[in-house]
Design a protein around this ligand. Structure first.
Ligand code: ADP
Ligand code: MG
Length: 722
């Protein structure tokens, strides 16, 4: 058996099981070994037979006897039967369709069984229990490591794995146990160096795998989890560090700016820059003057003024004059996640650039535009042009700034000298996309990634390990902070009355709900959350009948969403009831009110982002967090949002109060639940970062670490770096 072997080569699996394994992402023996338990049954969960009642899911511990197998009377289904005895009594055991279970133990063995108590013709029984045999675990493999005390702890836990249809936790358990017993694991070479393991007190690979799947003590399980969560963060950082080194090896178009130009450009802003903006611009201009590309992340809350920074750097780039070392005709690409946002950036850039005579292009799925134009009107200072025409002007350098969606990095879009790429809110702008920006001659643009997504420092250090960090930690002066109130159920009417007054003054409101539709009462009795559709109906009929109410949610088509946003933006809609899709959204300055229903269901950072929708105006903005709970504690958690200085601070609160699960995990960041455990631990993340960094510095191609390099290549696919 080898790690790279298909599971099906060694384990008999039905077609359904093959499909199910694929759904879980399990193909090879290695995948199976790295499919970790989500939890362990615990000694404290073990019940006495006497205390087990019908319907309970229990873990029982005792001696097994009366083992037999038979076929069911009518159906001929093979069944296993037994009896379990503990100090308090006896209970029958039935394994339906799993006669083999009765053959896996011997009369008189002490076992741990987990299953459901059911009632049959012959009284109560334990149905289809999981089985953990005494001494079934390969404890003697690592003698001294397991050490003393294993006897007392041998009932620590039975691993429980995430299941899917046709693949039970038990199937995984048995498969993994067989792999562990095959001898494969003892001989595995550890890809982490011994010194690293010793330094952080981590178990070596073979030990950690056994401890993960068959822990004798809670400490073993924890040690193993610590190793693998460290390892995951380490490998992500290692990969990012290597990506970074590779990117920096490219040539750049150095930006040879003239400070007087920059002062003139920023001097025309209708506001004074914040100190944070000035610092960020200065740092980045220094980076961009170098012959190797910048790779930097600019973090700043919504409204902190990232666009002004982007515009200034763009201007500096375009004003670069050829001087023997540097080129002229430098260009800027500015990529946004959606069409609406790209269009909004285009409109903002027109304002920043209209005095300069510099052309700005827009490219999205639904068409292209160019500014300036001879046929400008007050409403539309730009003109629609054909894609072919736009691409021609981009290719010959006549359009120095191109703004767009992903359409920007398609093959057909050729720049003359792309010197700066600005990426707005795209967390997964990875290696692959970056490669597309590198020319055949080895020129890569300076890269500026911008985000308002509040995440804790540990997560940022990990996923943005390839980027230098600049932070806009200061809001523009004179901006009125949003008045935020936590509203308990009895306070609703007063808030509605206040909102009516604001609507009468011509303002608009968002109402955010946690769900799209009413919950199916059969399925989700407990879910009381207000749904978008039901809430819109309720507001329309009972609260604000005199106002126009629109809805917006994630199940609508992009075109429909755009249309609704447009109606809201042009004030054809007064109240927009929406799910959190408006989170990364559009600027509607006249919308100064936001109600968040079921606020206790959201993380603080997410609430903060939602609230950011109403920050754009000179009018006072209000945010009402409607909590459905009466619990003081829940309301207490929400209070942090009234005092926190920014979203990043709130994301730290979330991490501390609600755990890493709050942050999105695999889906959003490509980090497993186990890896997210490391995210809670700044020391661990910093250690992993330091190690990855030192390693890449001393051995950039991992020549001395072939096992690590091999695994990195496998993991790269898993973690979806590309
Ligand atoms: P972000 O992209 O960071 O959310 P924007 O760049 O869109 O923020 O800026 C939000 C608003 O604040 C814009 O209307 C912009 O003109 C304005 N703004 C930017 N910087 C400042 C500043 N230093 N002082 C006052 N207003 C500013
Ligand atoms: Mg922005």
């Amino acid at each position: 058996m080898y790690l790279g072997d298909d599971i099906t080569k060694h384990f008999r699996t039905s077609e359904e099981q093959k499909k199910a394994l694929a759904r879980l992402g399990l193909k090879t023996i290695r995948d199976m070994l790295y499919y970790f338990p989500v939890r362990y049954t615990n000694v404290s969960e073990i019940k006495l037979i006497r205390d087990a009642s019908i319907g309970d899911t229990v873990t029982l511990y005792g001696r097994i006897g009366k083992l037999k197998t038979r076929k069911a009377f009518k159906s001929k289904m093979p069944m296993g039967e037994a009896e379990l005895e503990d100090s308090s009594g006896r209970i029958n055991i039935i394994w339906f369709n799993q006669a083999y279970m009765a053959k896996m133990v011997h009369e008189g063995d002490t076992v741990e069984l987990s299953g459901k108590i059911a009632e049959g013709k012959n009284g109560i029984y334990l149905s289809n229990p999981e089985l953990k045999e005494k001494n079934a675990l390969p404890i003697d493999m690592h003698g001294s490591l397991f050490g003393a005390g294993s006897e007392a702890a041998e009932v620590f836990g039975f691993p429980i794995y995430r299941e899917t249809r046709n693949i039970t936790s038990r199937f995984i358990y048995h498969t993994v146990q067989k792999i562990l017993k095959s001898g494969l694991v003892q001989n595995l070479e550890d890809y982490l160096p011994n010194e690293m393991l010793a330094k952080y007190n981590l178990p070596k690979l073979s030990t950690a795998l056994v401890w993960m799947h068959a822990p004798q003590t809670e400490n073993h399980a924890q040690s193993a989890r610590k190793r693998f969560s460290f390892e995951e963060v380490f490998f992500i950082q290692l990969a990012r560090k290597i990506e970074r080194e590779n990117y920096l090896e490219n040539k750049s178009f150095p930006v040879n700016y003239n400070p007087i130009d920059i002062d003139d450009f920023t001097g025309r802003f209708p506001f004074k820059q914040t100190r944070a903006q000035e610092n960020a611009i200065a740092t980045m201009l220094t980076d961009m003057a170098k012959p190797h590309p910048m790779a930097r992340l600019l973090e700043g809350d919504v409204g902190s003024g990232k666009t002004a920074v982007a515009a200034t750097l763009s201007y500096a780039t375009i004003k670069t004059r050829p001087d023997g070392k540097t080129y002229g005709n430098l260009q800027v690409a500015y990529m946004a996640p959606t069409e609406i946002l790209a269009t909004q950036h285009f409109e903002n850039f027109i304002k920043y650039f209209k005095h300069t005579g510099i052309s700005v292009g827009l490219i999205t799925g639904s068409g292209c535009r160019k500014f300036p134009t001879k046929v400008a009107s007050a409403k539309e200072p730009w003109t629609a042009i054909s894609r072919t025409q736009l691409l021609k002007w981009v290719a010959n350098g006549e359009i120095p700034i191109l703004i767009g969606t992903h359409a920007l990095i398609q093959k057909s879009v050729k720049f003359k000298h792309l010197a700066l790429a600005i990426i707005d809110e795209q967390h997964r702008f990875g290696t692959m996309q970056r490669k597309k920006l590198v020319t055949k001659e080895g020129f890569a643009p300076h890269l500026l990634s911008m985000t308002a997504t509040p995440i804790p420092r540990t997560l940022a250090l990990t996923i943005y390990g390839d980027l230098d960090l600049s932070i806009l930690d200061e809001m523009p002066m004179g901006r009125k902070p949003i008045i935020t109130e936590i509203v308990l159920p009895n306070g609703r009417d007063a808030v509605y009355a206040f909102i009516r007054k604001e609507l009468q003054n011509g303002r608009q409101a968002y109402v955010i709900c946690p769900r799209i539709d009413e919950p199916d009462p059969e399925k989700e009795m407990a879910v009381q959350a207000r749904s978008v559709t039901a809430e819109a109906e309720h507001l329309r009929t009972s609260i604000f009948p005199e106002y126009t109410i629109g809805i917006l949610h994630s199940k609508m088509t992009p075109a429909k969403k755009d249309a609704v946003m447009e109606e809201f933006s042009s004030h054809k809609i007064d109240i927009l009831v929406a799910t959190s899709v408006v989170e990364v959204g559009v600027n509607v300055p006249n919308a100064t009110l936001i109600i968040i229903e079921g606020a206790e269901r959201f993380g603080l950072a997410q609430l903060h982002q939602l609230r950011g929708r109403v920050i754009r105006s000179n009018h006072q903005a209000y945010c009402y967090l409607f909590a459905e709970t009466k619990s003081e504690k829940t309301a207490d958690r929400l209070k942090a949002i009234k005092t926190a200085k920014n979203g990043f601070e709130l994301s730290e609160h979330d991490l501390a109060l609600r755990g890493a699960g709050e942050l999105g995990g695999t889906k959003q960041w490509g980090i497993t639940d186990l890896g997210m455990e490391a995210i809670r631990n700044i020391k661990m993340v910093e250690a992993a970062r330091a190690e990855a960094s030192a390693l890449v510095t001393s051995d950039p191609h991992l020549t001395d670490y072939p096992a690590m390099k091999a695994l990195l290549d496998i993991k790269k696919v898993e973690i979806h770096f590309e």
